[in-house]
Ligand binder design. Structure first.
Ligand SMILES: C[S@@+](CC[C@H](N)C(=O)[O-])C[C@H]1O[C@@H](n2cnc3c(N)ncnc32)[C@H](O)[C@@H]1O
Length: 254
């Protein structure tokens, strides 16, 4: 029931997705994902799966690099838009399923990708999804993706508080100002939740990415930053002398 609720919310989010969600593919975002995919694609590495493909921004790239691409999502609205985007591509196969049930992909995938889609707030679903992904990836295969970063929200908050203090505000006002600009009312920082438009999403600390990937049987876990653009943040222009906030890019072996 809970999963179908989430799928429903994500479906509704599909219509206005670009306006509401951070785009990791903008030219002013430094994102290691595309280079990493280029390095992996080869004559032997033939099958990719975009897990939680959303409206499908990555699918044309994958379709060029891999012989077969599985486009997986549990939200019908997302899959509809992804299908439209890929109307001319012949090697993309669409699968409507939750990441908690990837039986039909078991042992078939050389490269699994999950971009901002491992966001279920329920750790049992997260664990089940990662086990399913591990089982979908062939021995010697790879799993890579992006996880929304909670520590980057703390970083942004720190910069905002400091900016307000520097402009002469007392500490309580500086904190209120930061909380408003960084939308603190949408977060539960202790449990790593972001609540937006009826949807609870898990935002990650880097140690959690390492912990859960290792726990699910992945090896050689590497993390690096996706450097976002200050243009994606309110007050970003005034903070642009500092490095921008980030999300976590991860890559691991099966
Ligand atoms: C923030 S969007 C990212 C979409 C796409 N990867 C991108 O980068 O534009 C998250 C996507 O993951 C899908 N998703 C979230 N949880 C899922 C689950 N448990 N099973 C299948 N899809 C899921 C949502 O429906 C949504 O399309």
């Amino acid at each position: 029931m809970y999963m179908s609720d989430q799928a429903h919310h994500w479906s509704r989010a599909a219509a206005t997705y670009e306006a509401d969600y951070i785009d990791p593919y903008r030219p002013d975002v430094r994102n290691p994902l595309l280079k990493a995919l280029e390095k992996l694609a080869s004559a032997e590495v033939r099958t990719a799966a975009d897990l939680g493909c959303g409206i499908g921004p990555l699918l044309p790239v994958l379709a060029e690099q891999f012989a077969t691409v599985y486009a997986v999502d549990f939200a019908t609205g997302m899959l509809q838009r992804a299908r439209q985007r890929c109307a001319k591509l012949t090697n993309v196969e669409f699968v409507r399923t939750s990441l908690t049930d990837l039986r039909m992909l078991a042992g078939k995938v050389d490269v699994a990708v999950a971009v901002n889609s491992l966001v279920t707030p329920d750790l049992r679903d997260l664990e089940a999804s990662l086990r399913q992904i591990r089982a979908a990836v062939r021995p010697g295969g790879h799993f890579l993706g992006i996880a929304p970063a909670m520590d980057a929200v703390h970083y942004y908050t720190m910069l905002l508080v400091n900016r307000a203090l520097a402009s002469g505000q007392p500490i309580d006002k500086a904190r209120q100002n930061a909380a408003r600009h960084a939308d603190h009312d949408l977060y539960d920082f202790a449990f790593g939740l972001f609540r937006y438009q009826g949807l609870d999403q898990h935002f990650w600390q880097p140690f959690e990415v390492r912990y859960w990937l290792r726990h699910s049987g992945f090896r050689r876990i590497r993390l690096s930053k996706v450097h976002l653009s200050w243009k994606q943040f309110t007050c970003g222009e005034e903070l642009s002398d500092q490095p921008p906030p980030w999300d976590w890019f991860f890559q691991a072996d099966g």
